[in-house]
Design a protein around this ligand. Structure first.
Ligand code: LMR
Length: 403
């Protein structure tokens, strides 16, 4: 029995966490998984989350009943206001369908499943950036949607391959689906400029394409929630057909609680109602009802102005520390170590990750020789760097680059 089940490879990101944990080297560094750490390399429970937890557990009315199938209504409505803006016409016109999901992964999955069944495809595939978050390559095929890639990263400039990206948008069959990272692109940390987003929107509109936004880092990129929602809001303003997958794993530090939402924008209120009925059927068969705890916490934070302001401060703390680490790494490489090559991308990229531009062999050398864990594509989680280990990392990187 089960002899025909082949052994699957371990997950490219989580295998690094396991290897890091098993490593007994005292100076080991984990730059693999995108999870925020404080300056002492400890997970950080946001002070605002501690406060919200306190309020929640003291609530005498707290129970463990089922949530509605589509989630906690005061969470999903506040989550929609967070991404689209509280004054967004699509919210006022009730044209957004919002469903609570198992974090961003669940939102991607539910969105994929919904499109797989109901999208008017000419060419059933989703275009994802090359490269993208590794899990995108698994989520869509699981929902019956083949994956193609569009050029995104230019290794020559360690920046955006904007021309080839735009060409692919232009040449794709009309009404194609393009997955776009709303901000803080994972894994490259390279985002289009506002002007480039405008040109992307132009082509999407011309060709009738659909924007499948994955938004896992609102607030993390710049430290400002509104700023990081700019592309989504601009596309909504210009009536680009779209949906948004939203995660609170990173910006609220609620990784294991799986808090997220899927928001589908429709041309009419009536379409939004029909879409909700179908998403409800899909959610019911897969998860029945979403988990309550994390959604209650986020709902408290989003719906209470004092907690909301505190959350914004916590986000600035996280984004600020990451930006400081970028500056310090850049300084060490360019000024102190005079590492060969141009390292400006370290400070130009934004968000949780930096794409160092080093080769798979150099990445491998860092893992094997220096006990520094990073993905083979040269991505590092900036949140794994701190004032204690950054010099060790810079020196190890310098050695790897010099060979
Ligand atoms: C990452 O890319 O490291 C994070 O998004 C964590 C994950 O689920 O892969």
């Amino acid at each position: 029995r089960w002899t025909e089940v082949p052994l699957a490879p371990p997950d490219a990101i989580f295998k690094l966490t396991a290897a890091f944990k098993a490593d007994t080297y005292p100076n080991k560094v984990n730059l693999g998984v995108g999870a925020y750490r404080d300056d002492n390399d400890k997970p950080w429970v946001l002070p605002v989350v501690k406060k919200a937890t306190d309020i929640l557990v003291k609530d005498p009315a707290l129970d463990h009943e089922y949530l509605p199938i589509t989630g906690l209504p005061e969470f999903t409505s506040a989550a929609a206001r967070l991404i689209f803006g509280s004054d967004s016409p699509v919210i006022a016109e009730e044209r957004v369908t919002s469903v609570q999901t198992i974090s961003g992964t669940g939102a991607n999955h539910l969105g994929a499943l919904f499109l797989s069944r109901f999208y008017g495809w000419n060419d059933k595939r989703v275009y994802v950036s090359d490269p993208t978050w590794v899990n995108h390559h698994q989520i869509f095929p699981l929902a019956g949607i083949p994956v193609s890639t569009y050029p995104y990263y230019d290794p020559q400039t360690i920046g955006l391959a904007f021309g080839p990206f735009l060409e692919t948008l232009k040449n794709a069959a009309p009404r194609s689906v393009f997955l776009l990272h709303a901000c803080a692109h994972n894994p490259t940390g390279v985002d289009p400029t506002r002007e480039q987003w405008g040109q992307i929107a132009d082509v999407l509109l011309e060709k009738g394409h659909f924007a499948f936004f994955d938004c896992a880092y609102q607030g993390f990129a710049s430290g400002d929630l509104d700023n990081d929602a700019w592309a989504v809001r601009e596309f909504v303003r210009r009536n680009v057909p779209l949906l948004v997958c939203q995660s609170f794993a990173k910006n609220a530090g609620l990784y294991g609680e799986r808090v997220g939402a899927l928001h589908v924008v429709s041309p009419s209120k009536e379409a939004a109602v029909r879409i909700k009925s179908q998403l409800s059927v899909l959610a019911r068969s897969e998860i029945s009802n979403p988990p309550a705890h994390g959604a209650r916490l986020v709902s408290l934070i989003l719906n209470n102005s004092e907690l909301f302001e505190e959350w914004k401060r916590d986000i600035r703390t996280m984004a600020g520390r990451i930006i400081d680490m970028r500056k310090e790494l850049h300084r060490l490489l360019t000024e102190e170590l005079k590492t060969p090559g141009n390292w400006d991308h370290i400070v130009n990229q934004i968000g949780m990750f930096s794409f160092t531009g080093i080769s798979p062999a150099q990445s491998q050398a860092l893992v094997e020789k220096a006990h520094i864990y990073l993905t083979a594509n040269g991505r590092i989680s900036m949140a794994g760097l701190n004032s204690h280990n950054i010099r060790y990392f810079a020196e190890s990187l310098d050695k790897a680059v010099r060979g």
